[in-house]
Write a protein that binds this ligand. Structure first.
Ligand code: HEM
Length: 356
């Protein structure tokens, strides 16, 4: 075994072919452009490797406790990789728009739209076809090459991590028991919180009456979203409007885990939900940074893949999110001191058995 042989460096380092050099006009910055893109694809490969482990853990009828910690660790690793992917944009931005123009025309019609691993990442995390922004009236997979398209369509037919996490949350113990029904217990605390929030708005010295009306309407919408957690019909209506994507039972469990995360049995579940939010948020940060870089490189020019460029990419940072529900739940968080106390029987079941 030797270093170069193990890492197949001869092959790896021979894969950076500059189109501009092939045409006899080498553009210095094309090397950076290729290396950065290849590095991205390698890190995407590692993210998929971590997702294999996570989806294996969540894929069955039950999640093995012993494996849950490892899955959380893999999810946290994905977040660190995503942060690195965001930072790589700083390096690419050392290339000025005019340096980019030296070779940009040679790339048509190739584009990031054709990254199979990126599309697979979105799909595996839980972004569905119907939640995607329309793009030039073409379906998002139209620009993929046949082999990549086949793989992407196959991935759409398999359960995403979001679907698996939804099923796992639905099975969370402690939420509905004979001696304790979390949502019933919580309803009163939430109402108190909403009454307090309303009083804050009404008393606010800097808000005009019309601004207060807008904020109170938004508070009432939040109230309605919470009703969706308690009532089947209210939930069905909100789901049809796209307000919730997780099931009602899964949302109740997620809220329970956020609120009672100090109880030992809730630690790992809470950490997993937090890691999913971090993955989703860091990907949104990447989308935003990429969009801003595109604006700086191209201004209002269309992309090599034919999109509107900045406007489309900027909108994906808001819309192409897989775990919005977990963020929306924050609306219903209340201070620890206002939490309905768990009955002793539930607290006992949520403790580690060896506690003195
Ligand atoms: C000079 C640098 C870059 C420019 C000007 C640029 C430009 C664009 C544009 C305009 C699009 C929209 C599709 C189109 O019409 O072509 C796009 C999409 C995309 N780019 Fe880039 N890009 C750059 C660097 C990168 C890098 C380093 C990556 C890393 C993999 C990347 C990944 C992607 C992906 C995954 C998409 C699809 C995004 C989506 O549909 O949500 N781009 N890029």
């Amino acid at each position: 075994m030797d270093y170069a042989g193990y890492l197949k460096l001869r092959e790896l380092l021979s894969l950076q072919t500059m189109e501009s050099a092939k045409r006899g006009k080498p553009a210095h910055d094309e090397m950076l452009f290729i290396v950065i893109h290849q590095a991205y694809e390698l890190w995407f490969k590692q993210i998929h490797h971590e997702l294999d482990l996570i989806q294996d853990t969540f894929g069955g009828d039950r999640v093995n406790d012993a494996k849950l910690g490892r899955a959380v660790h893999a999810a946290e690793r994905i977040v660190k990789i995503e942060q690195l992917l965001v930072d790589q944009i700083d390096i690419l931005e050392t290339m000025t728009p005019m340096d980019f123009l030296e070779f940009r025309d040679l790339l048509f019609p190739a584009s990031g739209f054709q990254s199979e691993q990126f599309r697979l990442l979105e799909i595996r995390l839980g972004l569905t076809r119907d939640a995607r922004l329309p793009f030039n009236e073409a379906s998002y997979d139209a620009s993929l090459l046949p082999e990549a398209r086949k793989n992407v369509l196959a991935a759409e037919g398999r359960p995403s991590l979001r679907t698996q996490v939804n099923a796992w949350l639905e099975r969370t113990p402690f939420v509905h028991r004979d001696d304790f029904d979390f949502t019933e217990a919580f309803r009163g605390s939430l109402n108190d919180m909403l009454v307090r929030e309303r009083a804050h708005i009404e008393r606010h010295a800097l808000l005009s009456q019309s601004e207060k009306d807008v904020q109170i309407a938004s508070l009432e919408r939040s109230h309605k979203m919470f009703d969706g957690l308690l009532d089947d019909q209210a939930y069905a209506k909100l789901r049809a409007e796209g307000a919730w994507t997780f099931s009602r039972r899964a949302l109740q469990a997620a809220l329970f885990l956020f609120l009672y995360r100090d109880e030992p049995a809730a630690h790992a579940g809470f950490s997993m939900l937090k890691a999913l939010m971090d993955i989703d948020e860091t990907l949104a940060i990447w989308r935003l940074r990429h969009a801003l870089m595109v604006a700086r490189m191209l201004g209002r020019k269309v992309g090599t893949g034919g999109s509107s460029g900045y406007d489309y990419l900027r909108a994906t940072a808001d819309k192409h999110r897989a775990y919005n529900d977990l963020f929306a739940i924050a609306t219903f968080l209340i201070p620890r001191s206002a939490l309905p106390p768990l009955p002793e029987s539930v607290r006992r079941d949520m403790r580690f058995g060896y506690e003195g």
